[in-house]
Design a protein. Structure first.
Length: 313
């Protein structure tokens, strides 16, 4: 186990180096000038040149990248061009919001996905199985911006059950739950559909195994056979899908955050890209990439608890 964790840590460092290089170069090669955006439309050429020098944008790109890496090594992500604030402070404010949204969305996805997947497998080739398949297909196909708009129109505007947008209350309070419900359902719908399909396929494979027939022959209750003997052995591929989707939810919440006017990491990235705020984009992408790799490491560790036959030694 220790060897696997050390190997993954080395992979994490190499991955983040690659991500940082790609994002850094992409932002500098993209059309537009950050100094011009900071200076404003009325700035003169000399003003822009002075700002470019103060931001360090007049130096060779590789030198800027090496300076950026030195800053990262000491925990300094740079200073935002637009807000003139440390990037770490902006991420510290925005990331918890996106994290809470992603956690809420993955909970919705797990509850709906695993539940409908088990039901479809147990009721294989019945109308419940067909209905679940149709709903899953719809969930994967619907774009977030359309689903979010429909949920707002029905449950916020017409019924008044939830607020139209915003998220500024603690998630453990009643107000916070009301604010996060619609965004979580919007963001988690596609993940729920994918988890449902994987749960169904995995459960169908397991419940046809010989040891499941033996368990039924011993007279065990069907609930025990499904929830104890079948589900645990079917969870390995499902856990993988859940982990991958959680990482995708962290990085893919941009549309949902904009639809519901939530000031999270996604909206910060969109604003930073439009304003050529390089340090904010680079810092945000590094945070998402780090969390994604750590989640996958935790999933690998979780495998050993779900299935003791798995060993990394």
């Amino acid at each position: 186990m220790k060897g696997m964790i050390l190997k993954r840590f080395v992979q994490l460092v190499l991955l983040l180096l690659g991500v940082s290089f790609i994002v850094f170069m992409s932002m500098h090669l993209a059309p537009g000038d950050a100094a011009s955006m900071v200076a404003g439309p009325t700035a003169t050429y000399s003003d822009i040149a002075r700002i470019r020098e103060s931001l360090g944008l007049d130096r060779p790109v590789l030198i800027q990248y090496l300076d950026y890496l030195r800053g990262i090594a000491t925990g300094y992500f740079g200073t935002s061009f637009q807000y003139n604030r440390p990037v770490a402070d902006l991420l510290r404010e925005a990331f918890p919001v996106t994290l809470q949204l992603a956690i809420s969305a993955i909970i919705v996805a797990i509850v709906l996905g695993v539940g409908t997947g088990i039901l479809s497998a147990v009721k294989h080739n019945t109308w419940l199985d067909r209905l679940s398949s149709i709903v899953s297909l719809i969930g994967i196909s619907l774009p977030n911006f359309w689903l979010g708009a429909v949920l707002i129109l029905v449950f916020a505007v017409n019924l008044g059950w939830f607020p139209v947008g915003g998220f500024n209350q603690p998630i453990w309070t009643a107000a916070g739950i009301r604010q996060i419900t619609l965004p979580a359902v919007t963001l988690g719908a596609a993940s729920a559909a994918m988890i449902s399909r994987m749960s169904r396929a995995s459960m169908l494979e397991v419940i046809r195994a010989d040891y499941i027939r033996t368990a039924r022959a011993k007279g065990l209750k069907e609930k025990t056979v499904i929830m104890v003997h079948s589900l645990r052995n079917a969870m390995i591929p499902v856990i993988t899908v859940i982990g991958v989707n959680f990482g995708l939810l962290l990085g893919g919440s941009i549309i949902t955050e904009n639809v519901f006017a939530i000031r999270g990491l996604g909206s910060v990235i969109v604003t930073a890209i439009s304003r050529r705020d390089f340090p904010v984009v680079q810092g945000a992408v590094l945070v998402v990439a780090t969390v994604f790799v750590v989640i996958n490491l935790l999933i690998d560790i979780l495998y050993t608890f779900v299935d003791p036959r798995i060993s990394y030694e």
